[in-house]
Design a protein around this ligand. Structure first.
Ligand SMILES: [Zn+2]
Length: 256
């Protein structure tokens, strides 16, 4: 006997299955990552045709066949602005990066922390708390820094921005540090050629805002260049934790 469920979900990835159907990977708040089939979702009359797109958030009507261990997506009631990240290239790129991280997070079980992090991050990305951002690329980079920072902390491997990751020396708040290719934060003595410098102001912003509400962090912050240096550092950290390169970075032409 199969069972029906309703779950809050975020669509991470979709693809065609056969002539008429679509497959998708969803992050469900109460059951982690699930792979679903949406029968007939490529048909012109299907309500799922428009709804089943990456980064759409909503409530899914699901059916589970325990014999075949198959999930079927019957309905998806979209909440929020369905197509918002897709409409802005910078936002779409950042959301793709987060989806890739979550897809490789081995998210399972019923811990809603990862869902809530991604859900809140997508909401802030598409609806900036202080109104539309003047510099969208800068704002999107800040959203990713806050997402990765909290994801790393949630995985129990959050880096300490107050200590050199190589020699262990406490860092002065005014020091320019650098991120090494392996993701370690290096003090000026430990930095080498090819490391990406991290301005002191960027590191101070992260230390000040990393534990508080992300909405507050996004209202202030360093310039675009400093944020991108922080993003490079945290992307390298994330790659080290996932033990794989992030394809989204490659697709967008290196570290941007
Ligand atoms: Zn050092």
């Amino acid at each position: 006997m199969g069972r029906e469920f309703r779950s809050d979900v975020i669509v991470l990835k979709t693809g065609a299955v056969g002539e008429n159907h679509r497959g998708a990977t969803l992050l469900a708040r109460d059951r982690g990552l699930i792979r679903v089939l949406a029968y007939g979702a490529r048909g012109t009359k299907s309500a799922l045709r428009g709804a089943l797109q990456p980064f759409v958030r909503g409530t899914a009507g699901l059916y589970h066949d325990p014999v075949k261990d198959l999930w079927r997506l019957n309905t998806l009631d979209v909440t929020g602005d369905a197509g918002a990240p897709a409409a802005d290239l910078d936002a779409f790129y950042e959301a793709s990066l987060w989806a890739e991280v979550v897809l490789h997070s081995h998210a399972g079980g019923d811990d809603p922390a990862l869902f809530d992090l991604l859900d809140g991050s997508l909401e802030r990305l598409t609806r900036p708390p202080g109104g539309p951002a003047r510099n969208r690329a800068r704002y999107a980079a800040a959203c990713t820094v806050q997402f990765l920072w909290r994801w790393l902390a949630g995985e129990g491997v959050g880096p300490d921005p107050g200590v050199c990751g190589v020699c262990g020396r406490p860092l002065d708040p005014g020091e320019v540090t650098a991120s090494r290719p392996d993701g370690l934060l290096a003090c000026p003595d430990c930095a080498a050629d090819g490391d990406v410098p991290i301005p002191a102001a960027a590191r101070r912003w992260l230390m000040m805002t990393g534990e508080g509400p992300p909405e507050e962090a996004l209202k202030v912050g360093p310039d675009e260049g400093a944020l991108k240096a922080l993003r490079v550092w945290l992307c390298r950290q994330t790659e080290a934790v996932l033990e794989r390169p992030l394809k989204t970075l490659k697709a967008a032409g290196g570290a941007r």
